[in-house]
Every structure is written in C-alpha cells, then in structure tokens.
Design a protein around this ligand. Structure first.
Ligand code: C5P
Length: 314
C-alpha cells in the first residue's frame, strides 16, 4: 500500500579498523580484557541509510555473502536505533539499509562501523541534537570498538578499547586485507588466549616511541617489525590454517603479515599504494580474496542528508 507521507532518508558511513598493535591483559572482574592498542581506521566503509517507515525493517547488501548478518532486532544497527529512540523518546520507526564493503566477522569492526553510522544517521533523521558525550555513552553500550568506529583516523585505545586518545598522522599506511574462509568468535578468541596463558598478564603502560614515530610518519619499513597482536596465537590455535594465510601474505611481498583484531582477516603491510596493489594481485593469483587499501584520517560522517525531501512509502 502506498501513502503520501513525506519520506526522509539519511545515510552515514563509518570505516573499518585494524589494530597495528594490540596488547591484551588478563580479564578484569567484569570478564573484559584491558587493552593497549593502536587503532587505525582503514579506507573501507560501510554505509547505513535510514528512512522513515511505518514499521521497523532491515536489509543488507554487499558484493559478498551476507548470510551471517542477522536481519532482525539482534542486528547491531537495529539495536543502535532502539537505543537512540529510547534515549530521546522517539516513537517513529525506520527502515535500515546497510551497504557493506567491510568483511563480515573478519576482525575489522564491520558491525561496530554499522552501529556508528546508524547512530549518526538516526541522530540526523530525528534531529535529536544529542551532545557528543551522550552519543559516546550509547556507542560504548553497543560494543568496545564502536567509539573508535565513530572517531576514526588514528587513536590509542585503552580500557576495553573505548578510552581513546587521537593521534595525528602525516602520511598514510598502505595495506592489503586478506579475507579468510570461516569465522572466529571474538569471545572465543579471548577465552582461548586466557587458556593459553600462564598467570596474570598486564598491558604495558604506553606504546613505544619507535612505534609512535613510525605510525605518525607512515614509515612502513620501520613499522613492519613493530606490528603486534596478542590475539594472534589464540586465533591460530582455534584456526591453524591461518598460518598458511600469514605465510602467503609474506610470500606475496608484504613487509609484514598479521591477524587483524580477533581475526580471521589478515593484513599485509606495503611500502606504497602500487606495492599494496601488487601484493593483492599476487594473492588473488593464488586464489585468495585480497584487497589493497590504506589508512584514512576520516571519521564516521553523514553521507547525505535528504531530510525534508518528499517521496512515497510502500
Ligand atoms: O564489546 P564487544 O561486544 O565488541 O565484545 C565482544 C566480546 O569480546 C565480549 O563479550 C568479550 O567476551 C570480549 N572482549 C573482551 N575484552 C575486550 C573487548 C572484548 O574480553 N576489551
């Protein structure tokens, strides 16, 4: 049935992330693991479009299989709209369309990006004008990586990953992202890390100056030996085939290869954009799904705000 209610659409985009360094401590009393991490936003974006609708609805599109994305109230975007509605007493419903380029369940915070984009779009659609710190509380409630997905760029993360200190970068970092077949559950990777460890582990107080200098200058040669991910041995223990992927990325020419977050995507570090393209091509030649990309200084942002446009609704 068609009616003539004015229909508004708002789109927002948020970036993927990788952790160039990820130190994980032993879990605290809440069961969460304290982190010291170097978050880097990557130039792969998910876009969420919200439009006025008589009922809640959700859809997801991508050039790859999206069957793992739940199309119901358990989807993180749907939960984000519910939190915004509850927080601001909004009664209206929305239709949610998610356009994904970030690998699903790959350790690149695709779900967190969807949540961040949804919060921005919902705030604009409903003109709630929430102060930033209120939005931040909502981002935290949705997941540990969602605050970074909102601020993007580069940041040192502490706490659960939700306490952020932004870093200025003077030059980009060039990367290859390799998708793995299969999926790793983040809680299971953390639990496996605890199982593999003897005794309590504390995270370092700070990232090293060598790393910070290399990061700021986009100096890939200096960064290569300093990439670090405490979750990698746990992910390898759960998915031993990842060792072959890491070897293939190095053989394809990357300066370093490392698991992204809790995996199973793997990142390769490149010297330049041409080098990243060449590594990705080599990996595709041996049957891997690989894309070349680079770091981005951008944050989550509104893509278009068509508030006020009229149209018809089905
Ligand atoms: O916060 P988020 O929902 O992304 O976390 C997913 C799971 O990962 C948590 O339930 C927890 O098991 C684990 N986690 C953790 N320590 C962190 C972040 C996540 O143990 N700092």
């Amino acid at each position: 049935m068609t009616n003539s209610m004015p229909s508004r659409r708002v789109s927002a985009s948020a970036p993927a992330k990788i952790n160039l360094v990820l130190h994980v401590g032993s879990p605290d009393v809440t069961g969460f693991h304290p982190l010291l991490t170097a978050f880097q936003a990557v130039d792969l974006w998910d876009t969420v479009t919200l439009s006025d609708s008589a009922t809640m609805g959700i859809d997801c599109r991508a050039d790859f299989d999206t069957s793992m994305v739940p199309l119901n109230e358990s989807n993180i975007s749907w939960r984000a709209t519910e939190l915004i509605r509850a927080h601001h007493g909004v009664e209206a419903h929305v239709s949610i369309e998610i356009d994904k380029t970030i690998p699903i369940a790959g350790g690149m915070a695709g779900g967190s990006a969807d949540a961040a984009a949804t919060i921005l779009a919902a705030t604009a659609l409903w003109e709630t004008e929430a102060p930033l710190h209120e939005l931040f509380d909502i981002t935290r409630a949705l997941g540990s990586d969602v605050p970074f997905s909102m601020v993007g760029g580069q940041a040192i993360g502490r706490g659960r990953g939700d306490v952020l200190q932004s870093i200025e970068a003077e030059a980009p970092i060039h990367l290859v992202v390799v998708m793995s077949d299969g999926h790793l559950s983040t809680p299971e990777v953390y639990a496996e890390l605890d199982r593999l460890r003897d005794g309590q582990v504390k995270v370092p107080d700070a990232l090293g100056d060598d790393f910070l200098d290399a990061w700021r200058h986009g100096d890939a040669e200096a960064l290569a030996p300093l990439l670090h991910n405490d979750l990698q041995p746990a992910a390898l223990s759960l998915m031993p085939g990842l060792a072959d992927t890491l070897d293939q990325v190095k053989t394809a020419g990357a300066l370093a290869a490392m698991l992204s977050g809790s995996g199973p995507s793997v990142i390769g570090l490149a010297r330049s954009s041409e080098h990243a393209k060449e590594i990705a091509e080599n990996l595709r030649g041996v049957g891997r799904r690989a894309i070349s990309t680079q770091s981005t200084p951008k944050s989550a942002h509104l893509q278009q705000d068509c508030a006020g446009q009229t149209g018809s609704q089905g």
